[in-house]
Design a protein around this ligand. Sequence first.
Ligand SMILES: Nc1ncnc2c1ncn2[C@@H]1O[C@H](COP(=O)(O)OP(=O)(O)OP(=O)(O)O)[C@@H](O)[C@H]1O
Ligand SMILES: [Mg+2]
Length: 217
Amino acid sequence: MLEVKNIFVRYDSGGSAPALQDVSFSLAKGERMALVGNNGAGKSTLFLTLVGILIPEQGSVIFDGLELRNGTASDIINTFRRRIGLVMQNPDDQLFMPTVYDDIAFGLRSQNMAEEEIEKRADTIMKALGIEALKDRLTHRLSGGEKRLAVLAGVLVMEPDLLLLDEPATFLDLPGRKRLIEILKCLSQSMIIATHDLDMADRFCSHTLRLDQGCIG
Ligand SMILES: Nc1ncnc2c1ncn2[C@@H]1O[C@H](COP(=O)(O)OP(=O)(O)OP(=O)(O)O)[C@@H](O)[C@H]1O
Ligand SMILES: [Mg+2]
């Protein structure tokens, strides 16, 4: 379902080394892959590229027959963003509506779904994640773990085909991590999980991709 072909990604067009260099891999439908590598290896950069926030200078990303490369039209990029759900490493980069409910509802509202249906879906997801009590709370006043779960709810409610989770267990306490793993296990979506928790990678993923200074390690 996903094929990454020889991508090079650079943050500035100057002379600095690319953050990703000649990265290629593929992911089959339903597969769960761990993405590991030291700080600065390029894991978050890869995720930002897979959702079209960063565009590869060379190479391409193919998702269900759609190709994202340098020069791809914005409607194709929007399809990538709709069908691939990214939970960013830092929840503060992702939460932007005043309340938790508004944040979870945002994506569905932009698809013009009826509010009644949106609320039903949001309630179901919040219940599964154990955050029903946060529904009317202000997002900027949540704890780190609460923010993480609110972002996850906003991504899951969109029912993406592929989930990208960037360090999903950060900020979570032990019960929160256990609940997260149980929830992820029940999902049928393909997933890539960037993690420093090798135990989680082993227990949960069928294979591992290692990045080392922007290259496949
Ligand atoms: N916005 C940016 N502008 C310039 N360089 C950046 C930017 N974001 C990341 N980088 C650089 O790109 C490289 C890859 O960073 P990235 O955040 O993808 O690593 P990572 O594997 O996610 O690390 P971590 O485990 O710390 O989250 C690093 O050298 C980093 O300094
Ligand atoms: Mg990162």
